[in-house]
Design a protein around this ligand. Sequence first.
Ligand code: DC
Length: 231
Amino acid sequence: MRKITIAIDGFSSTGKSTVAKELARFLGYIYVDSGAMYRAVTLFAMEEGYINEDNFDVKGLILNLNTIEISFALNQDTQIADVYLNSINVEKKIRTLEVSNFVSQVAAVSEVRSMLVKQQQKMGEEKGVVMDGRDIGTVVFPNAELKIFMTASAEKRAQRRYNELIDRGDNVDYQAVLKNIQERDYIDSHRADSPLIKANDAIEIDNSDMTLDEQFQKVLQLTLKTLKDLE
Ligand code: DC
């Protein structure tokens, strides 16, 4: 069967990645979490001292982007690809609230975006890919055969994210998670380079009141319809 490119964009913590992973597994496609790549660059910037609470040395980060190598490798336990920063598995480290607090600033840097977009386009060259992010349907794969735009209320998203962090054993406060989500929504949709916007041909799904299974079924149905229309 013909392979297609599926772009899933939307605000943070809308459950994009859960649905995208499940869909990729079902179709036997590659799944790429583009947010993990922005998070890995952010972790690099934090560890190397280019970004902290008081300062962001954008020039320093840009000058050192060529020392960053991001890759993915399958985790045998989860059967999902973990992200590596310069050969070190950083899957757990990139999911902390600290990284979340800085990632939108790093993702607003054009040089960071162009480096990662090139890499993402290469990963999707052969099609048969489900990629989630903010600019996949608008910038990375403007010709994707299927584009989905996920939304949900900020409160619902904060509650989901809070539950995830607590389940992982992180000590976080719901209000801090909500604040982070609202700030990221604002920065991600107002930045000059590739802001988060719905592509004209994307299908919007508001999943505020949907279960994960309902979301998956909806996306699967759209995928099967797209494949059928292309026959
Ligand atoms: O999907 P996520 O929450 O892990 O993404 C982390 C951040 O990375 C998000 O706040 C915005 C940025 N991002 C982006 O700018 N473009 C993408 N394609 C993916 C993520």
